[in-house]
Design a protein around this ligand. Structure first.
Ligand SMILES: [Fe+2]
Ligand SMILES: [Fe+2]
Length: 272
């Protein structure tokens, strides 16, 4: 008698920090295909809240990002900056907004992704409340949504879009052992604290951003300095130089959902 065993391979996810403007989209287009191959990535998740001119997202910029090989786009506090976002919220299942908006808000905060030859996995988008617009409690809503998602899959990645490190670490510690990874976004500064918590959740306080780093968080330096000097509003154009794609790759045990390995990514676009 012969028995057929399906080979159990880890699931590898690439997460990409906030894509800023055209330079960020260009980095995604040029680098995602090679990163997919280099790391044997099964799926790509990217935060797209700054992908349209540095503020918000439109169906057109989302389509560019999907065409480059991104499977799911998450967002955050810049969600509403472009009015065309409503088309994405109403029609695009691959686009997430933070789950903890009030009941009745269009769009969705989580999604189950089916991959051929791999088990399904979930992506959950949450937004913090410290030094940010006040939304519903991400701890309470996040925990109950994770319980619901775990009825379907144990492979869960959380994009936690938040400012305060304490809020990010606390929420991730609360979810240790219940999700595969919690990755922070929003600050646009990549932190160096990637780790796997004792019960198997991979964690990084902030993934950084994908776009021009010869800048202040992706914007032209001079205008931002002027704003601080004069306290008067300035037009912040997206900067141009030294384009990096930043994020992380997490390797997940498909039977337990626990992270096996986590690695930060900061890849420079050639000639930028
Ligand atoms: Fe943000
Ligand atoms: Fe951002």
């Amino acid at each position: 008698m012969s028995l057929l065993f399906r080979t159990v391979c880890p699931v590898k996810l690439l997460f990409i920090g906030d894509i800023v403007g055209e330079p960020g989209r260009r980095a995604v287009k040029q680098l995602v295909p090679q990163l997919r191959q280099q790391h044997g990535v099964d799926a790509v998740i990217a935060n797209g809240e700054n992908s349209a001119g540095g503020s918000g997202i439109t169906p057109k910029t989302a389509e560019e990002i999907f065409s480059a090989g991104v499977d799911i786009i998450t967002s955050g506090d810049h969600l509403w900056d472009q009015k065309e976002v409503i088309g994405l919220l109403e029609n695009e299942k691959r686009f997430l907004r933070p789950l903890n908006y009030p009941p009745g808000t269009p769009g969705r905060g989580s999604v189950i992704v089916e991959l051929s030859g791999k088990p399904p996995f979930a992506v959950l988008n949450l937004q913090g409340r410290t030094f940010m617009p006040v939304l519903e409690n991400p701890f309470l809503l996040g925990r109950s949504e994770v319980e619901r998602l775990r009825q379907i899959t144990k492979i869960i990645l959380v994009d936690l879009h938040a400012e305060a490190t304490s809020e990010k670490i606390s929420l991730a510690r609360m979810l240790d052992g219940l999700v595969s990874a919690v990755v922070g976004t929003h600050t646009h500064v990549q932190t160096a604290d990637e780790q796997i918590f004792p019960c198997g959740t991979a964690y990084l306080t902030d993934a950084g951003f994908t776009g021009p780093h010869e800048s202040v968080l992706g914007r032209e330096i001079e205008a931002v300095i002027k704003r601080f000097l004069t306290s008067q509003p300035q037009r912040f154009e997206v900067a141009k130089g030294r384009i990096l794609l930043q994020g992380l790759v997490v390797e997940i045990d498909e039977s337990t959902g626990a992270a096996k390995n986590v690695m930060r990514i900061s890849e420079r676009l050639a000639d930028s």
